[in-house]
Design a protein around this ligand. Structure first.
Ligand SMILES: [Zn+2]
Length: 410
């Protein structure tokens, strides 16, 4: 952005280097009022990954050694190393990397960064438990009629619609010189899954684990291994709480049978870590952590040429958003959209859903709401016998309004 006017910088943030309008390449310091030094790097995705959410924000905390939160995608390491260089650091200065959760725009870079840095790899203990399972395997292992129907919808669409999964390949932005790294392909989904299943965790974390001034909280629901990391009045939220956008809740998967036997008792009930209800409870927990906390999100810290600062009240807004979405789903069923695809298209009528990936994502989010309404006794899912999908039926109660309402602080 050399030569253009820079936007206002919020108090508590110092810009070390400006980047793109979406935050790619931006490097900042974050004030901790005399606490440990904290920095943020907008790590650009590789050439074959989606740019929809902008960079993955990696954070560096200098406290009892150097901790790196979320290295980003497989294939992003040149952008991460470039950001570290702006801070006067090398990858080998990092003692440990921690991932907020097991999604490829967060943990994709762990193996290449471990190789470059020698840093330890820390993650919530469910990261290692789930790392051998690809998204496709999870979907196939779960025999819920809703997920079978979702797979069917996706396959039908794949035969007719454009394949948009993973985003389009764009031209390289850099020239490969220091300070201007080149965008290279990240290796795609197959390489990511192979990396994940072979990567060893040096320290598996549990809720409440502390290291120096940093506290690790297990906040599952967007994904079962998600953590919110707290340092003073900063909360590093991964994808749990995001400015501008509402993170995708997971579906209420059951644990794969072979995994279930080996899980510690505290994770035996899949509903504690999977699904919208788990997510809403984790959001509730974050809004109870204190007042005036600064959210350090993994996406959208800076977008459309502005800093997008939020606090713990963003978690409250996100709970309220899902309450409204449950209301919208109930209205859609009342209006006769009782088929999963029709209900999904009605709920997301503001989006075209022309590609298989977009329709599958929207259907999975619809399912997470259907599953919550089943749990609260407000909806029944009928498996239509001739293999023709599912039929959604309301029971007449609206218990979800109280159940979710109770999670919204006054
Ligand atoms: Zn995620």
């Amino acid at each position: 952005m050399t030569g253009t006017t820079h936007p206002d910088v919020p108090s508590g943030i110092t810009v070390r280097r400006w980047g793109a309008e979406n935050g790619d390449g931006l490097v900042i310091d974050v004030d901790t009022h005399g606490g440990p030094l904290v920095h943020g790097i907008g790590v650009e995705p590789p050439a074959d990954a989606s740019r929809a959410n902008g960079p993955t924000w990696a954070y560096v905390i200098e406290d009892d050694g150097v901790t790196l939160i979320d290295p980003g995608h497989l294939g992003s390491i040149d952008f991460l190393a470039d950001g570290l260089n702006v801070l006067g650091m090398k990858p080998s200065d990092v003692d440990r990397m921690v991932v907020t959760h097991g999604h490829w725009d967060h943990d994709g870079g762990v193996a290449e960064f471990a190789d470059a840095s020698g840093a330890e790899f820390w993650a919530h203990e469910l990261w290692a438990a789930y790392s051998p399972y690809s998204y496709g395997q999870l979907l196939r292992a779960d025999k819920s009629p809703l997920r079978i129907e979702m797979t069917r919808i996706g396959e039908r669409m794949r035969d007719t619609g454009p394949r948009t999964y993973g985003g389009s390949v764009t031209k390289s932005s850099g020239n490969g010189e220091p300070g201007n790294p080149e965008r290279k392909p990240g290796g795609g989904r197959d390489n990511y899954e192979a990396m994940r299943s072979s990567m060893k965790v040096d320290r598996g974390l549990v809720d409440g684990f502390r290291h120096g001034a940093i506290e690790y909280l297990h906040t599952p629901g967007h994904w079962p291994d998600e953590m919110t990391i707290k340092l003073g009045n900063l909360i590093f939220t991964g994808d749990h709480v995001l400015p501008e956008i509402t993170p995708h809740p997971s579906m209420a998967y059951s644990h794969p049978t072979d995994l279930s036997a080996s899980l510690p008792d505290r994770y035996k009930n899949p509903g504690d870590v999977w699904g919208l209800m788990a997510y809403l409870k984790s959001l509730h927990r974050v809004c109870q952590l204190g007042k005036g906390l600064t959210v350090m999100p993994a996406h959208r810290l800076f977008n459309r040429n502005q800093f997008r600062m939020t606090d713990e009240r963003r978690a409250v807004e996100t709970i309220a958003f899902h309450l409204e979405r449950c209301d919208a789903l109930v209205r859609a069923i009342e209006d006769g959209y009782t088929d999963l695809e029709l209900a999904t298209r009605e709920l997301f009528s503001y989006r075209p859903l022309t590609g298989s990936y977009h329709l599958m994502s929207a259907a999975s989010e619809t399912i997470s709401h259907v599953e919550l309404l089943e749990d609260t006794g407000d909806m029944v899912v009928h498996d239509v016998e001739d293999g023709d999908g599912v039929r959604l039926e309301l029971t007449g109660s609206r218990n979800y309004r109280d159940v979710i309402g109770d999670l919204i602080p006054d």
